[in-house]
Design a binder for this molecule. Structure first.
Ligand SMILES: CC(C)(COP(=O)(O)OP(=O)(O)OC[C@H]1O[C@@H](n2cnc3c(N)ncnc32)[C@H](O)[C@@H]1OP(=O)(O)O)[C@@H](O)C(=O)NCCC(=O)NCCS
Length: 399
């Protein structure tokens, strides 16, 4: 006789104290391991990488230094940073086979899919791809972090029929990326803003993409598969792609005067969500959004035109979100709300924004893979079975 299971028959799903079925939908507030990489205090707008506040890092550090910090759990000396940056500069080239592959891919493919394919192919070409030792993964991490911006820049130029620009070893990571993208060096303010954006995007604890990476690595699969999986997870509009969707939302709104009516028609009716707002962990203002917003303001004042229009739309929309969604639901704007306006001011096409995010985030994914697999246990949650068991199997000709 078909029957449903009682909760007592699935004791792993019961709360130890109340003995009620406990389902953490979306794995909310589930703590899966210890870590020393990142701490988010979502109630007090605080974010730390290895104990250093994001404000201090954004103000005083560089992306290369932050990468070193995240991977080594200490700030580098001058000598260490110079050697480390030198290593990153040497690794920026991408193999000719990958460039050939990029040339063959149809031009309408979305940049995150390009990144996913190119990283997977880089793995195919790496003779040490199965090496899951700490040193092996560390070396792969440096290589991949260094090459990701080159892939994004090459794709942009190939797609637009432009000549490829070789990496310039005299330039910093951020500066070189903008140089390879645009074919000429950019002004200091833009280079610094790109550097800061990469710092802000470098790491963010056990979010969906980091979790995907760690799940894959925990099966002792391989480093590249883990990163490819993470790129796939980041690509969703509820995660990293929100920085693209936020810009499309500003485009749909069109002008600051339309914000209120758009909000009434789409948000108050529940037809849409504000893209670049809300967060599983932040129940207060995202500290990264504050820094991106400061840069967006500087760019709006300096460049005017479309940048200012985006800024003015965003400013009004944020005012509505903070007044109407922050109090009842703890929904504030997040970093993806403001990041795109900064990238737009840097002349980067909107569809590339999530790929820039991914290039910066590879260090965080890698740090979690390395940390978790050092004391590995395969990740394997359970589900509460809500169906029936002992159903009668009816032969096909009698159904
Ligand atoms: C980030 C996000 C996926 C977190 O989701 P979550 O923690 O699972 O939160 P939920 O989807 O359960 O939402 C909780 C409530 O807030 C509302 N909400 C969440 N984000 C919202 C948004 N951006 N705009 C409007 N309402 C939102 C939901 O409708 C829900 O309301 P309800 O309780 O009345 O049903 C979600 O906030 C979102 O979709 N944001 C937009 C995409 C985005 O910016 N992503 C980047 C995150 S850095």
């Amino acid at each position: 006789m078909a029957r449903k299971l009682t909760p007592e028959e699935q004791p792993w799903c019961l709360d130890r104290v109340t003995k009620q079925v406990l389902i953490n939908k979306g794995l909310e507030n589930v703590c899966m391991d210890k870590s020393t990489i990142c701490f988010i205090d979502g109630f007090h707008s605080k974010l730390y990488y290895r104990g250093y506040s994001i404000e201090d890092l954004a103000r005083n550090s560089t992306y290369e230094e932050v990468v070193y910090l995240i991977l080594h759990d200490k700030l580098p000396t001058k000598r260490e940073l110079s050697d480390f940056s030198g290593w990153m500069r040497e690794e920026r080239d991408i193999p000719g086979q990958v460039v050939e592959l990029l040339r063959k891919i149809p031009k309408d493919i979305e940049p995150m899919e390009i990144l996913r394919t190119a990283v997977s192919y880089l793995g195919n070409l790496d003779p040490g791809r199965y090496d899951m030792s700490r040193d092996g993964m560390y070396r792969k991490t440096i290589r991949l972090i260094s090459k990701m911006p080159s892939i994004v820049a090459y794709w942009h130029r190939i797609k637009n029929g432009l000549d490829l620009v070789e990496p310039d070893p005299r330039l910093s990571h951020a500066e070189n990326f903008l140089y390879m993208l645009h074919g000429k060096r950019q002004e200091e303010l833009l280079n610094r803003a790109m550097d800061v954006s990469m710092i802000l995007y470098a790491e963010h604890e056990m979010n969906a993409s980091a979790f995907t990476a760690v799940v894959i690595a925990s099966t002792l699969s391989d480093y590249y598969s883990a990163i490819v999986g993470a790129i796939g997870a980041l690509r969703g509009p509820l995660h990293g792609y929100a920085n693209v969707e936020a810009m499309r939302q500003f485009d749909e709104i069109g002008s600051p005067e339309n914000v209120d009516s758009w909000y009434r028609e789409n948000i108050l009716t529940g037809k849409k969500r504000v893209m670049g707002a809300g967060h599983r962990v932040y129940k207060s203002y995202d500290p990264r959004a504050k820094i991106f917003r400061e840069y967006a303001k500087i760019f709006a004042e300096k460049y005017g035109g479309k940048v200012k229009n985006y800024y003015d739309i965003a400013y009004r929309l944020e005012t509505l979100v903070m007044a109407q969604l922050c109090e009842p639901k703890n929904i504030c704007t997040n970093c993806d709300f403001w990041a795109g306006i900064c990238y737009y001011a840097m002349g980067i096409p909107i569809d590339l924004y999530c790929a820039v995010f991914a290039a910066a985030r590879t260090v965080g994914w890698s740090a979690h893979i390395i940390e978790y697999t050092a004391d590995n246990r395969i990740l394997r949650p359970r589900l509460y079975y809500d169906g029936e068991v002992d159903k009668e199997f009816v032969p096909i000709d009698r159904r």
